[in-house]
Design a binder for this molecule. Sequence first.
Ligand code: FES
Length: 246
Amino acid sequence: MSAEQCFTLDGRRVPFQDGQTLMAAALDAGVYIPHLCFNPEFAPHGSCRVCLVQVNGRVQAACTTPAAAGLTVQSEIEELREMRRGILQMLFVEGNHVCPACEKSGACQLQAVAYYVGMQTPHYKHFYPRRPVDASHPEAVIDFNRCILCELCVRASRDVDGKNVFAVQGRGIQARLVVNTPSGQLGATPFSIHDKAAQVCPTGTILTKHRGYETPIGQRLYDRKPISVVGDVAQLPESRGGRRHD
Ligand code: FES
């Protein structure tokens, strides 16, 4: 039997299997590294950069960096917390995230990660982009104002649901989530609230209609415990099957 392979993460030994990333191994070991575009059910995407860690002194994304024996990884240091806060602040000003008026408040990974990294203010000037809200589907509403382009819904719809309902169009600051129909309306697609794509959004972009306040704000998942303790809302058993995440 081969000896257990380990790297150290903030001084703690973390075992890993061949082919695992730092993120996957850390989560398996019960160690939280902040992330938004990562979901263990999908191949790493490496786009949000919230999971930055220092690997032997060099800053890299934990979700895309392969684990290797003997690596010294640091995550909970002030230098990285500051970088993560900056990334979160940019995500907040690039869209229109109005937490007190969002029905996902308290069950939103973006909000929970912002709290976790100690973001107090947006810091940067708001872009206030003009983006639509699509309520054309009988079961779901899409508020494009809250999209952070993690592409989890794109990947879920393409790779799990086999429907290709979503895509990202444009590049750079022009990049935006679109619905893959001539009309661009969700109601014209075979999208269902039971689809995987309906369950993976880390923000309040894809919402179930008619159930927004079944759990009052203040009593929701991340109102009760921090994300570092409860993990991703999309990974919880109660979030499967189109049920709400709160
Ligand atoms: Fe690693 Fe988004 S979670 S880049």
